[in-house]
Design a protein around this ligand. Structure first.
Ligand code: DQA
Length: 147
């Protein structure tokens, strides 16, 4: 089973970016944990990051042919991007949205997600551990709908 993990804008700065909010792990550390945990779950994962909305949209559009599901942290585009929402919806792929921080405990503009409604679930506030929860939840959903 193949899962595409997408990281949105500014997430390449993790480790140095507001560590009190996002933690000390770099994106490389997080991706390593994702790959290790995915292999425990017998999943094949590809991790990608982009600051560019259109690039994320294209990756989601192409994912349909190659992947069974998506885990995405759309970062700031969560709150602004109709294009990402439409791409997730059009892909037909089961998608889990994840945020490191609890966006509801932050500024009001972060309280709205344009993407969550087209995802099977949203996980937030658990820091990097949320990626494990997202992978496990997605694998369970895909395996139960498979069989
Ligand atoms: C974030 C939350 C977003 O509001 C913010 O723009 C990010 C990161 C998170 O993982 O907590 O860049 O998606």
């Amino acid at each position: 089973m193949k899962i595409l993990v997408l990281h949105g804008p500014n997430l390449a700065l993790l480790g140095t970016r507001e560590p009190e909010i996002y933690g000390m792990l770099t994106l490389e550390d997080i991706n390593r944990e994702i790959v290790d945990y995915a292999s425990e779950l017998d999943l094949d994962v590809t991790c990608r990051q982009s600051d560019i909305e259109g690039e994320l949209v294209q990756w989601i559009g192409q994912a349909r042919k190659e992947y069974d599901g998506i885990v995405i942290n759309p970062a700031a585009y969560t709150h602004t991007s109709v294009a990402l929402r439409d791409a997730i919806s059009a892909s037909g792929l089961k998608t889990v949205e994840i945020h490191l921080s609890n966006t509801h405990a932050r500024e009001e503009f972060r309280h709205t997600s344009l993407t969550a409604a087209v995802c099977v679930a949203q996980i937030q506030g658990f820091g990097a551990a949320g990626y494990r929860l997202a992978l496990k939840g997605l694998a369970d959903v895909l395996r139960s709908t498979d069989g």
